[in-house]
Design a protein around this ligand. Structure first.
Ligand code: NAD
Length: 267
């Protein structure tokens, strides 16, 4: 997204930490108006907003559970009140609740599906409703709305001990593609970014532990863990008119994790 006087309005879910925080700050640095959604970490959300305003952007923080229809609708109402129709949704909020399959409780299954899949559905639906209210644009004009789902390499890489998480991310992939097909003729773009291992709170038990980190690096041909900024840069491009012909696709930002690294030495 170019830094322009015509500021884009961007809603980032789960923006109080990690990837969502990195993306929100990245857009803020380009002068965007950013709605910083958070669930429970108000301090983290305020830090994100401070970074945004310090670098020339603007916005506000808003508490909402993405899996609650009422709370999501109230968040969009506030966003429209403040800035009018949205331009970009970064559908990022997500959780893990790991367990072996036979020990996985229904609560662990439901919690992950509810946040990661239903939450992304609810936020995308409200965004689409707003985009559809915008005036029609011509076939050769740029898109009038843009949704980016933050999925995971586990939308294609099976993950033992994380069946609920991998199922939610696989679901996001088909949600994204079917929605992209449904709204493309309305000049609305819908894509996924699927990160590999990015150093955030969700996996700090791994990257803070030397031995676990060494094991993880065996799965990353590019030999470094990713940072939220790696995902932010991809999101900024995908939300910009530079990628106007891109819809219904997934960009893997993963240091080559999806390249079957086990086959590096002849398998
Ligand atoms: P994180 O734990 O730092 O961020 C997750 C964010 O989602 C937090 O801010 C959390 O408060 C928020 N959240 C959780 N439940 C919520 C709810 N019900 N409503 C609103 N917000 C809620 O972890 P992260 O790594 O930054 O994760 C962000 C996204 O990236 C997730 O969807 C995750 O699955 C995905 N992802 C992360 C990695 C990685 O290696 N870190 C890899 C692939 C995909």
């Amino acid at each position: 997204m170019e830094k322009t006087s015509e500021k884009k309005t961007v809603l980032v879910t789960g923006a109080s930490s990690g990837i969502g925080q990195g993306i929100a700050i990245g857009f803020g640095q380009l002068g965007a108006r950013v709605i910083v959604n958070y669930h429970s970490d108000k301090e983290g959300a305020q830090y994100t907003l401070n970074k945004i305003t310090a670098s020339g952007g603007e916005g506000f923080i808003h508490q909402a559970d993405v899996s609650s229809e009422d709370e999501v609708q109230a968040m969009y109402a506030k966003a429209v009140d403040a800035y009018g129709p949205l331009d970009v949704l970064i559908n990022n909020a997500g959780i893990q609740k790991d367990s072996s399959f036979s020990n996985m409780s229904l609560d662990e299954w439901n919690a992950v599906i509810k946040t990661n899949l239903t939450g992304q559905f609810l936020c995308a639906r409200e965004a689409i409703r707003l985009f559809e209210q915008k005036p029609d644009v011509g076939d050769n004009d740029k898109s009038k709305g843009n949704i980016i789902f933050i999925s995971s390499v586990h939308d294609v890489i099976p993950w033992a001990g994380h069946v609920n998480y991998a199922s939610s991310k696989g679901g996001i992939s088909m949600l994204m593609k079917s929605l992209a097909l449904e709204v493309a003729q309305k000049k609305i773009r819908v894509n996924c970014i699927s990160p590999g291992a990015i150093a955030t709170d969700i996996n700090d038990d791994v990257w803070k532990d030397k031995e676990k980190m060494a094991e993880l690096l065996k799965l990353i041909p590019y030999k470094r863990i990713g940072q939220p900024e790696d995902i932010a840069k991809a999101a900024i491009w995908l939300a910009s008119d530079e990628s106007d012909y891109v819809t219904g696709t997934t960009i893997y930002v993963d240091g080559g994790m999806t390249l079957y690294p086990g086959f590096l030495e002849n398998g």
